[in-house]
Design a protein around this ligand. Structure first.
Ligand code: GUN
Length: 302
């Protein structure tokens, strides 16, 4: 593991999502090469994006780059923000029925006139490689989950690959969203056998909970929500937050900020994910793993 050499006062080791994601890309590439040797086609991921939100296009470009890197085929469908909900649902139906598409995602957010719930629930669970459908959410508690929600899966995978023990540990999850906090809490309980506390915006005295954490996972979207006085020495920190904040020194005019005061907290934590370069690349790696799994389920073992 790399020590945090850029912060000499820090005791933390970096949980390097960029490195782990690169290892996963290599593993997936090998599988694709094997398929090609057997004269089978590569997995094909379709991505629907609606509108011109800059951040969404940046994320989608990252997903396409990852597909190219591992040898997946990809299909990009870009629609104007004025597309009707009905039309979008028809495109979802087409992808559900298209045997050449193994998995697909609808990039969020969607324009306000379109129901995220309706669109998400229309995706066939076996092609839902984001793991957003209610069925895939529920399958976390089944013996043989079909496809796990991508970001929580990425968090579990980075902890697993750094040999961070979960069983019997106190994991505190800050944020109970349908896409991250809620499924992750269930995965920590089910797969990790951890003791789990989930906090949300209604929690009174957040610090009294975060101070108890052996492993603190924060997925809120509020830069610097977690400060050094809110954690105990030796804590493992996973920061899922990615908020664009203005930064005049950057070429793009902004930088990504996590939910944790990285500089200060990393002085006392044992492990910490940076932002960027922590959970973000793991979400894309999970998408690749889920697409490979969807392909295998639909084409190789029926
Ligand atoms: N918007 C922000 N993150 C995600 C993600 O992981 N999947 C999709 N579909 N949309 C997003």
């Amino acid at each position: 593991m790399t020590s945090n050499s850029s912060h000499p006062t820090s005791s933390s080791k970096i949980l390097d999502g960029k490195k782990v994601a690169s290892d996963i890309r290599s593993e997936v590439s090998l599988k694709v090469e094997q398929l090609k040797k057997e004269d089978k086609r590569a997995p094909n991921l379709a991505i629907i994006i609606v509108g011109d939100d800059g951040a969404s296009h940046t994320y989608v470009n990252g997903k396409i780059k990852a597909c190219k890197a591992v040898g997946f085929d990809y299909t990009l469908m870009h629609f104007a923000s004025t597309i009707s909900e009905d039309k979008l649902l028809k495109h979802v139906d087409q992808l559900n029925d298209d045997e050449d598409i193994d998995g697909f995602i609808v990039q969020l957010p969607l324009p306000e006139h379109i129901s995220v719930e309706k669109v998400t629930e229309r995706i066939k669970p076996e092609k839902d490689v984001d793991g957003f459908t209610n069925q895939n959410f529920g399958s976390i508690v089944s013996k043989n989950p079909l496809i796990l929600p991508a970001t929580p899966f990425g968090v579990m995978e980075i902890l697993r690959r750094y040999d961070i023990p979960l069983e019997g540990k106190h994991c505190v999850v800050v944020g109970s969203s349908r896409l991250v906090g809620a499924p992750l809490s269930m995965m920590l309980l089910e797969e990790g056998r951890a003791t789990v506390t989930v906090c949300n915006k209604y929690t009174t005295d957040l610090a009294s909970h975060t101070k108890e954490a052996d492993i603190l996972i924060v997925a809120v979207g509020k830069p610097n929500l977690i400060t050094k006085d809110m954690v105990k020495p030796g804590v493992v920190i996973v920061d899922v937050g990615t908020t664009r904040v203005e930064d005049s020194s950057s070429k793009t005019g902004f930088k990504l900020s996590g939910d944790v005061d990285y500089e200060a907290v990393s002085e006392i934590s044992s492990y910490i994910t940076p932002v960027p370069g922590g959970v973000g690349p793991m979400t894309i790696a999970s998408l690749l793993l889920n697409t490979m799994r969807a392909y295998e389920q639909q084409h190789l073992n029926g």
